[in-house]
Design a protein around this ligand. Structure first.
Ligand code: GTP
Length: 240
């Protein structure tokens, strides 16, 4: 989603180069339109809740974050709102590229939007299909957003954890607008998990061997040895 407000604290790029492997932690955020995907990503990365966004065309956000004392690059792909169809979730082509690219997926629904909740199993299936073709199943986190809108709630509090258990994902109920710590906690725990799973850095090439500098002759020593040689010669001459 494009931001109406200028954002100075996080880098916003257009699309990632999916062909380039890198050591960044990569997360794709997926869900129906209007569930608060952009609000959640921006809240996590900047601490701020910004209410007005234009519809999302799929933006990549990049930021340096501290994970377990280590500075890592985090890239978050905010995907356009998905829709339901008879054949599964309807997603633009480039979203499946994001799913192949991502180390983890955050599925979002809004507790005020029943259809967004019902879309979750279809989206999860899409993630699993991408994982099957890519050969690995990324961790999936399910976020129930807009928990502050009590009067508009139409997905019961117990239903989220039940669905998450069925799908085998971690679950958090959050409010992007009211509670930064919930949102931060959910994303941060995922980052910690991913940071631990990252392959170790390739060993750095050995440092070039230090060239041995020939020892500079010790002048005093040379003088002493010269004197010794000289006096030996003198002794030889006198003894003849
Ligand atoms: N009350 C409340 N409103 C929220 C919350 N999160 C997002 N919103 C509002 O919900 C609307 C949609 O939020 P977005 O972040 O644009 O949702 P999105 O999922 O990125 O939407 P698409 O770009 O259409 O995919 C905005 O008006 C937000 O201000 C929340 O936790 N509580």
């Amino acid at each position: 989603m494009r931001l109406i407000h200028s954002m100075t604290t996080i880098a916003e790029c257009s699309t990632p180069d999916y062909s380039l492997p890198n050591r960044a932690i990569k997360i794709a955020v997926l869900g129906a339109g209007g569930v608060g995907k952009t609000a959640l990503v921006v809240r996590f990365l900047t601490r701020r809740f910004i209410g007005d966004y234009e519809r999302n065309a799929g933006n990549l956000y990049s930021r340096e974050v501290q994970v377990d004392g280590e500075q890592v690059t985090l890239q978050v792909q905010d995907t356009p709102g998905a829709e339901m169809s008879d054949n599964g979730a309807l997603l633009p082509d480039h979203v499946s590229c994001s799913l192949h690219w991502a180390d983890a997926v955050v599925l979002v629904y809004s507790v005020t939007d029943r259809r967004s909740f019902e879309l979750v199993p279809q989206l999860h299936q899409t993630v699993s299909r991408c994982a099957t073709s890519g050969g690995r199943a990324p961790p999936v986190v399910l976020l129930a957003n807009k928990a502050d809108l009590l009067h508009l709630r139409c997905v019961d509090q117990e239903q989220g954890p039940l669905l998450a258990a069925t799908l085998g994902c971690t679950f958090y109920e959050v409010s992007a607008s009211e509670d930064y710590s919930q949102v931060h906690g959910a994303f941060h725990r995922l980052c910690c998990q991913l940071a631990k799973q990252r392959p170790p850095l390739p060993p750095s090439p050995p440092a070039p061997a230090e060239k041995r500098r020939p020892k500079s002759p010790n002048v005093q020593d040379l003088k002493r040895r010269f004197k010794q040689a000289l006096s030996a010669k003198v002794r030889t001459v006198t003894s003849v």
